[in-house]
Design a protein around this ligand. Structure first.
Ligand code: FES
Length: 170
């Protein structure tokens, strides 16, 4: 639960929208996203920055929102899984994970998808080894690593295809 501040509300920009939160500056960003903004894709796993379930993007870089105080996100662009697409129109990385049926319990998938998304934004054509290395610190207790790797590779292909299609329209 976010801790409420008696001072003026903190302002955030999340998924392209300006938001305010009454939370105190030291409240973990994860609590604000889930409890105040009702963005429930980032999950609470370990609360220690070790499992990756809570991953979001901050200025496009993967970050563990359970250990980041909300004050550190002020003035920056926060993106959650909800910001990558919609149920009707998932983004390419989301679509790849759907196509590959990469979930068993699904608890880790927020972190897997956001971590892959962050890598593909800075490197659209990673090797399998680079993808593996990036996902190395995201934990999946069900053991769906094979499907997750297939989805990560497919995400790279889908994003490249989408970029080529977008260029063709210009
Ligand atoms: Fe944030 Fe585990 S809940 S890294």
């Amino acid at each position: 639960m976010a801790t409420t501040s008696s001072s003026s509300p903190l302002q955030l920009r999340v998924n392209g929208r300006d938001c305010v939160t009454p939370a105190t500056p030291d409240t973990p960003l994860l609590y604000v996203l889930r409890n105040d903004l009702e963005l429930n894709s980032p999950k609470y796993g370990c609360g220690l920055g070790e499992c990756g379930a809570c991953t979001v993007l901050i200025d496009g870089v993967a970050a563990r929102s359970c250990v980041i105080p909300v004050r550190a996100a002020q003035g920056r662009e926060v993106t959650t899984l909800e910001g990558l697409g919609t149920r009707a129109r998932p983004g390419p990385t989301q679509q790849a994970f759907i196509d590959c049926q990469a979930a068993q319990c699904g608890y880790c998938l927020n972190g897997m998808i956001m971590t892959v998304e962050a890598l593909l934004r800075r490197n659209p054509d990673p090797t399998e080894a680079q993808l593996r290395n990036e996902l190395h610190h995201n934990l999946c207790r069900c053991g769906t690593h094979v499907e997750i790797m297939q989805a990560a590779l497919r995400a790279a292909r889908l994003r490249r295809a989408a970029a080529i299609a977008a260029e063709g329209k210009q």
